[in-house]
Design a protein around this ligand. Structure first.
Ligand code: F6P
Length: 500
């Protein structure tokens, strides 16, 4: 991909920038795709067939099929860390290389160990599980446990302990019985400050590590912490934290929903994997989703994007996607270290509808920024309140239409400019299978965008500096003689020390 592709994209966008969003019935089918339980409509994007073909040409220039094959086959797509990213091997055997086959075998063996520990816990007195982890070791399991609340097996209550803010632990543990609680320390590195501090607090509260489990690639450190290898489930350097829900990182999810339903979650992701790997770009849902993202960011120059699930069970989806998308695509240099040729990730944010309609939707409708949105809806509810669900769906459809078409008014305060693009993702119902499919779609969309931008979606060097400085500042919080920080930080440290 060279400058000419980005120029062609911008030329298309200039042509379409001020035109009203096209609305016609043909578009509704031409700009829509279905994969299993997922239906996606891109009909409300500011995009016509000519612009779409420019995007397809970019995907061809980036040789998308080869890039996808490289991902599934475990090639070194994480170049700065010289690693593969084989999360697809955790849920299926589509990789053809020896590395992918070996990863698949390791994933199946880990699943068998997970099942054995699951059975052991089921046979015990344990009623509550506390999963300790942060970032990718928390957000996916937390989302899945919350989103699949209608599918909980009921054997265990599953809780999450994340923030190093001690009030998180204090509030959680207050309601639990240490004799009936098991903990899972989820940390790929087993070196994350927050997780180790919370793990230590949990271990002390439980009176020892007897009912502690770990999920980690660092067995030695887990053992040094007091958790024997037999209770450490594996992680590997070929799975990134934010792509790890499908591994033993999802142990808490399996404990919540049971073995079969966890398998359905993986099967939903595998269904999308197969589609993404085999469908031509023109019919490939992840490619469409990614190309629309590129269009909004690089064609139309829109710097933020919203995720708006119209389902309370998906309320944590925006937080999960913030890590998946922004940690993966928040990069300014390409694989070879040279600057990117186009802007990368937009700021991603969002919240559940209809609640969000009564807070930030005002800005979406009449603010000066255009924010492209992914609306998500679920066709069949998991409750008996049919009218509630109709109201929810009516609001979902209404908001997309209002943002897109706007409404003129003689009163400047009451007019809606419209022209605000959105994608609509509909799930037939929200269950383990469709959730797996949805999350895999976003994973692949992220990868496709990274391929077009030429960046590494699997490293996160940008989180390291703050961690290092925090380590240097820690002693200075209580000891004024410790040299730390710049003059502004030193003044703030003095202010804090004076008021402790
Ligand atoms: O600080 C960022 C990060 O490294 C994430 O990428 C990761 O998901 C999270 O921290 C937790 O890391 P670990 O699983 O090693 O504790």
């Amino acid at each position: 991909m060279d400058q000419s592709h980005w120029q062609a994209l911008r030329a298309q966008a200039e042509r379409l920038a001020r035109a009203p969003l096209p609305v016609d019935a043909a578009r509704a089918s031409e700009f829509a795709l279905r994969v299993g339980p997922l239906y996606a409509s891109f009909a409300r994007q500011r995009l016509d067939a000519e612009a779409r073909d420019t995007l397809f040409a970019m995907a061809r220039a980036a040789d998308l099929p080869t890039a996808l094959r490289a991902l599934f086959d475990g090639e070194m797509v994480n170049t700065s860390e010289r690693r593969a990213a084989l999360h697809t091997a955790l849920r299926g055997g589509l990789g053809q290389s020896a590395a992918a086959r070996e990863a698949r075998a390791l994933a199946l063996a880990a699943q068998a160990r997970m099942d054995a520990l699951h059975a052991m816990l089921e046979a015990s007195d344990v009623t509550d599980i506390v999963s300790v982890g942060i970032g990718g070791s928390d957000l996916g399991p937390r989302l899945a446990v919350d989103a699949l609340r209608d599918f909980h097996a009921g054997r265990f209550r599953v809780h999450f302990l994340t923030n190093v803010d001690g009030s998180d632990a204090q509030h959680l543990l207050r309601g639990l019985d240490p004799a009936r609680t098991a903990g899972i320390l989820v940390s790929k590195s087993f070196g994350t400050q927050e997780t180790l501090l919370n793990g230590t607090l949990l271990r002390d509260w439980m009176g020892g590590a007897e009912r502690l489990f770990a999920v980690s690639a660092n067995i030695e450190c887990a053992e040094a912490f007091g958790i024997p290898a037999a209770r450490v489930l594996p992680m590997w350097d070929w799975v990134g934290g934010r792509y790890s829900l499908w591994s033993a990182v999802g142990f808490s999810v399996q404990l919540a929903i049971g073995r079969e339903r966890f398998a359905q979650l993986l099967a939903g992701a595998a269904l999308v994997d197969e589609h993404v790997l085999t469908a031509p770009t023109e019919r490939n849902l992840a490619a469409w989703h990614a190309l629309v993202g590129i269009w909004n960011r690089n064609g139309l120059g829109l710097a933020s994007a919203a995720v708006l699930p119209y389902d309370q069970r998906l309320a944590l989806l925006p937080a999960f996607l913030q890590q998946l998308v922004m940690e993966s695509l928040g990069k300014s240099v390409r694989h070879d270290g040279s600057p990117v040729l186009a802007d990368t990730v937009p700021v991603l944010w969002g919240g559940a509808g209809t609640n969000a309609q009564h807070s930030f939707f005002q800005a979406l409708h009449q603010g000066t920024e255009t924010v492209p949105a992914d609306f998500l809806g679920v066709v069949r509810p998991a409750h008996a309140h049919g009218h509630h669900h109709d109201v929810l769906l009516a609001n979902l459809l209404a908001q997309a239409e209002a943002l897109g078409n706007g409404w003129p008014s003689d009163d400047a305060h009451k007019g809606y400019p419209g022209g605000r693009p959105s994608t609509l993702l509909l799930l037939d119902e929200l269950n383990p299978h469709s959730l797996g499919a949805l999350l895999a779609l976003y994973e692949h969309s992220v990868y496709v965008q990274s391929v077009l931008w030429g960046i590494n979606a699997f490293d996160q060097w940008g989180v390291e500096l703050g961690k290092r400085i925090a380590g240097e500042l820690l002693p200075a919080l209580s000891d004024a003689t410790m040299p730390a920080g710049d003059p502004v930080t030193r003044a703030l440290l003095a202010e804090i020390r004076a008021r402790r």
